[in-house]
Design a protein around this ligand. Structure first.
Ligand code: ZN
Length: 315
């Protein structure tokens, strides 16, 4: 080992950033075996091997890998509940967001987690204690979802009081910067070590895959509503129907099928065409396909919502 190296042990935040997995993500040829310790030395990450040798790496690519990985976008189905249900509004500007247990494989519908989601989906609103709700969602034996507030949590006493005086009104309406929140482990660790993360990463804002997905899903819904509102009358003339069959096993991908028509969403089945019949689409394509449809003025509908197409998709 070079004798002039002053090795500083990592704090909690640093150990989450400069982990062996993030080193591997940042440096493709990084060998993650035989590591006896990871340290910081000035502006380098120093990896010390079991044989006493060491290697230094620039911190920036590793920091970037941490940020990219923590905020990566998971596929469209990754956080949908039963019947393609999106996040449900709970209290205080929070949402219950399910893990996509129904879409992990062909028989996932009958899994323990999926059944729990169907049992509980409409009951969470009756639970008013956030901690109780979070433990129901995240208990290891349940593991069905998270409590997410992409625009921050509002407290109960922030709701408008009709009898409030002007002075109180002013106080209540003063702009409070609410920070996004998620109950997942990744987000919680960032919150708990916020100061140390901010010292490490310039402009650090805690985030997670759930907040990223939620924002993307909400943008999709807003875009869909906008395209729909420009349709003449109640019926979308340009319509897309989509179906999804989860992967048959853990080695394969699911199947995402798209039909379209310019004759209205209620058109009989013979007026619908398969979109790019020679291509195979999976869950990985869904976000982009939805974007393309909407950019071209087509309104997507889950195929199961259009009874005249019930024979179109056979598993
Ligand atoms: Zn999260």
């Amino acid at each position: 080992m070079s004798t002039d190296l002053k090795l500083t042990p990592l704090n909690q935040a640093q150990s989450l950033i400069y982990s062996r997995t993030n080193l591997r993500r940042a440096y493709q040829d990084f060998d993650d075996s035989d590591i006896s310790g990871i340290y910081l030395s000035d502006d380098k990450v120093v990896v010390v091997r079991n044989d006493g040798s060491d290697q230094s790496f620039s911190v920036d690519p590793v920091r970037q890998s941490f940020v990219d990985y923590t905020s990566r976008l998971k596929n469209f189905f990754a956080y949908l509940g039963p019947n393609f249900r999106g996040p449900s509004i709970w209290h205080n500007n929070c949402y219950v967001m399910f893990k996509g247990w129904h879409y992990t494989h062909a028989l996932a519908h009958s899994s323990h987690n999926a059944r729990l989601q169907r049992q509980w989906a409409d009951k969470f609103i009756h639970i008013t204690d956030a901690n109780k709700l979070i433990s129901l969602l995240q208990a290891p034996e349940a593991d069905i979802g998270h409590l997410v507030a992409p625009d921050g949590i509002t407290r109960q006493d922030d709701t408008i009081d009709l009898d409030a005086t002007d002075e109180q009104e002013e106080k209540n309406s003063s702009p409070v910067q609410l920070q996004p929140y998620c109950s997942c482990g990744s987000f919680t660790r960032q919150l708990e070590n916020l100061f140390d993360f901010a010292a490490e990463i310039k402009g650090f804002e805690p985030t997670c895959i759930h907040i990223t997905w939620f924002k993307r899903y909400r943008a999709f819904l807003a875009k869909r509503a906008e395209v729909r509102s420009t349709c003449r009358g109640q019926v979308a003339q340009q319509a897309v129907a989509w179906w999804y069959a989860p992967p048959a096993d853990h080695l394969s991908k699911g199947k995402f099928l798209v039909l379209y028509t310019t004759q209205g969403s209620m058109a009989p089945i013979k007026q619908w065409r398969t979109y790019k019949p020679n291509e195979v689409f999976t869950e990985e394509h869904a976000w982009n396909l939805f974007d393309n449809m909407l950019d071209n003025g087509f309104v997507p509908f889950p195929g199961q919502a259009l009874p005249q197409l019930s024979g179109a998709f056979k598993k």
